[in-house]
Write a protein of this length. Structure first.
Length: 65
């Protein structure tokens, strides 16, 4: 039930993430394009989001015990 709530909250806020400064334009994010083709690999952004969610879930887990 908590996971569904978390996904709902994230789903509502993901479109707003494009308006955050520097998110998706960090050092380590790869943008490559040629002509009309553009490849975007947000490696650093994904690592930071993963770290943040891991810390958040670890804190929630500590309070549930």
């Amino acid at each position: 039930m908590a996971a569904a709530g978390l996904l709902l909250i994230l789903g509502k806020h993901v479109p707003a993430a494009g308006r955050l400064p520097r998110l998706g334009h960090l050092p380590g994010d790869i943008v490559w394009g040629r002509g009309t083709f553009r490849l975007y690999l947000p490696i650093t952004t994904c690592l930071l989001l993963s770290l943040g969610l891991t810390l958040l879930l670890a804190i929630v887990n500590l309070f549930r015990r």
